[in-house]
Design a protein around this ligand. Sequence first.
Ligand code: CMC
Length: 439
Amino acid sequence: MSETRNANGKATPETARLILEGREYELPVVRGTEGEKAVDISSLRRTTGYITLDKGYENTGSCRSSVTFIDGEKGILRYRGYPIDELAAKSTFTEVAYLLLYGELPTTIQLEEFSTFLNESSLIHEDMLHFFVGFPRGSHPMGILATTVASLSTFYPVPEVMDEKAERQILANLISQVRTIAAISYKKSIGEPIVYPSYKLRYVPNFLTMMFSSPVKESDLDDDIVQAIDLFLILHADHEQNCSTSTVRLTGSSLANVYAVISAGISALWGPRHGGANQEVIRMLEKIRDEHGDGTEYVRRAKDRNAPDRLMGFGHRVYKNFDPRAKILKEACHKLLKKPGMIDPLFDIALRLEDIALHDEYFVSRNLYPNVDFYSGLILRAAGIPYDMFTVLFAIGRTPGWLAHWREMYHGEDFRIMRPRQIYTGSTCRTYVDRSRRR
Ligand code: CMC
């Protein structure tokens, strides 16, 4: 609970006053390390009989967390206190994964050990390869990923009492094997033999080799692409209590096994309002290209409430100024897409579209700016990642973040099953009508 000092310098708990039906209640005020404030309503129903109603949880803090800080008004994003632009410029995805999970940047030895451990944990059980044959052709890789990740628990059962060693292994399995599963599902979808991970390669080169090499084609990795994918993964690694992370916490709060928990997160991420947007952005840019327009007509449709289109990759629940990840990715596109052989006309369309939207009263008045998904698809496209794998790449990036939140919750003091309430609006009690008398 937060405290204030009275005239005599004495600390008193900071509270908020609530008046309901003429009675006054005092509720504790909680402050975070960055000055965010909350009214703690944990005792509200017990003491007043009331609950709160908060559409889309816009004003609800579901937990205390020390993983990631966002200031949406100022466009700030920090993992464990480190600004995202510094991590993007100086770190690697493996290092960021360690930071998110364990709270500190690793030493050289810790990073080396973690990296080796991820490699040693990257193979999936051989019997799991049968699964990939069973999915119908054209299955969306997110469906395959969610199913296969949930099934990991049948091959690597989670012990009832989890000690540190078992937990460490599960975290490594998940971070490493989502990447293996993703590459296998791609290889199966194009009818090529799978490529196993290699102990010789780091996280991203390993993934790109599993994706793009074959018995008749050695993978020829471009350093700029490796760096761009690493950047993509760093920028997607965590984003505090978003839809999929909240799903992970909610599912995990039932003590479901952690493979099932991450599978639930993957499913939540799939939707086009969340991680699925990166794929939709490219579809939108292609549509504009094919209509030979400059984007003005698409923007008109995106503003029309009666039309299904939205400007994909625009808008964010939290960022009301700019999304710092979009800024970094836009710069990365400028760098990557001017390379010979990588020039992409869709980038010019994206830049024009952004410019139109940022000068349009509809988007300006609603504080709608490009989000992380607006430019990320162009990076993935340059790397040769097929469209329906875009959200899978997001999931690979987000896995350490989901696990950091699961871990924080699992070991936290406040751990309780999550169980929101509701305001019931259905029929009041009525008498059962016999089937023969129903009309
Ligand atoms: N295009 C057109 N109008 C929009 C858009 C958009 N992309 N985003 C929001 N609006 C409008 C919306 O219609 C509403 O208008 P009005 O006030 O007239 O009813 C207003 O702006 C507020 O929107 P909202 O849907 O209430 O805002 P939200 O915080 O509930 O939704 C969002 C946030 C990200 C779901 C939404 O902006 C959106 O659908 N964007 C497009 C999809 C997208 O890019 N998603 C990726 C999000 S970032 C990465 C991630 O989370 O995975």
